[in-house]
Design a binder for this molecule. Structure first.
Ligand code: CU
Length: 388
């Protein structure tokens, strides 16, 4: 555990950017077409005990938190005093992660494009588009939230950044059946007039029914289903992992797991991918294109080091007292750099929203260990070690 020791940091806000979109050689593309990443058996498995099935966490968790939702197979968080696996995503064998939206898939299919780069053959592409069209047609009526409530959907979370509020159909969530016309979850955000607007859907398959192996549900390999562990839900929660005690103290309902889940974005199109967890077109939407400058701007203000915020993760960093450290957001959605941990600010430095492509720099005048988090994504936490 790290403590924040008398922070006397001078904050330098640097407006930086990358030309037209928030892309990086290593980061997810945001709408410029397919840039598929295929992950095979994760490296950490070479040294850890091999899990018994797709849903199982690795036998031996690492000794520090890490991993990122929507980008790595495992996410490890510090809960209580322990490092635990809070998320497992995708099949154990091979995952295909492609930032291709629903509308882009339809376009590829209409063009009769070869989809080799998506690891989809044309039949799978056609079947997938048909499933997604079915989902869209079947949920159109739920643009009227009252019809969703009438059909048994109940709000189970607050509005999650770049995700929306989850309205869950309890019966469907328990039956273990996959039907593209019957999503278990509808996602809504409140519009300017305070009305609920339908933005997406999500599916839930409990492992007791669907089994511990990755569901074969949507056609092709793009649907990386995930399993959350130690989940806290409730109308005032944002559906994240916590200890049972912490969850109950916040008025939430705790569960060891809810089973296999996946989002499908057929309403508000998602350039990070039709099945991605995060949708940059949902609030907080920030315009990364308007921002002028670059990584070199961050170093021009005297930052000794510039580190990327990418794939929903920070890098641990070391600087010398008196030096500045700059963070650049190379993800497709906003983040914050906020003194504190697990999404909780401690009253110190706070960047506010850092748009894709934007930078934020902090000068550290005194040695010590400083912890930072992202208030939008509480699992994002890092420590900066400042040496004499
Ligand atoms: Cu964040």
């Amino acid at each position: 555990m790290t403590r924040v020791i008398g922070m006397a940091a001078v904050v330098v806000l640097v407006l930086a950017a990358c030309g037209s979109s928030a892309t990086d050689e290593d980061g997810p593309a945001t709408g410029e077409g397919p840039d598929t990443v295929v992950l095979s058996a994760p490296a950490e498995l070479a040294t850890a005990a091999l899990p018994a099935n797709d849903a199982a966490p690795p036998g031996i968790p690492p000794d520090s938190a890490g991993g990122s939702f929507g980008f790595s197979r495992y996410v490890y968080e510090e809960l209580g005093d322990e490092i635990v696996t809070t998320l497992v995503e995708g099949p154990l064998a091979m995952q295909v992660r492609a930032p291709v939206s629903y509308l882009q898939l339809k376009e590829l299919q209409e063009r009769g494009d070869s989809s080799d780069h998506l690891s989809l053959d044309s039949d799978e592409l056609a079947a997938l588009v048909e499933q997604l069209d079915t989902l869209r047609d079947a949920t159109e009526k739920y643009k009227d939230v009252q019809l969703a409530l009438d059909d048994g959907f109940v709000r189970a979370t607050d509005e999650v950044p770049n995700m929306g509020a989850h309205f869950v159909n309890g019966w469907r969530s328990l039956n273990g059946e996959f039907d593209p016309a019957k999503p278990e979850v509808l996602l809504y955000v409140t519009d300017d007039s305070g009305e609920w607007e339908l933005v997406g859907t999500s599916f839930v398959l409990p492992t007791q029914f669907a089994g511990l192996d990755h569901p074969e549900a949507f056609a092709g390999p793009l649907d990386n289903w995930h399993v959350h562990y130690q989940v806290c839900t409730g109308p005032n929660t944002i559906s994240r992992s916590s200890t049972a005690d912490e969850c109950q103290a916040n008025g939430g309902v705790w569960a060891p797991t809810l089973g296999w889940m996946i989002r499908a974005w057929v309403w508000v199109d998602n350039p990070l991918g039709v099945f991605n967890m995060w949708n940059p077109n949902l609030p907080p939407v920030v315009d990364g294109v308007e921002i002028e400058a670059s990584r070199s701007t961050a170093s021009a203000v005297g930052a000794a080091r510039t580190v990327p915020i990418q794939n929903f993760g920070f890098e641990e960093s070391r600087v010398k007292a008196g030096e500045a450290l700059a963070w650049i957001n190379v993800d497709g959605v906003p983040h914050t750099v906020t003194a504190g941990s697990r999404g909780q600010p401690n009253g110190g430095v706070d960047s506010g929203l850092i748009a894709p492509g934007q930078s934020f720099a902090v000068r550290f005048d005194h040695s010590g260990e400083y912890s930072f988090t992202c208030t939008l994504h509480p699992f994002m936490t890092t420590t900066v070690v400042v040496e004499e």
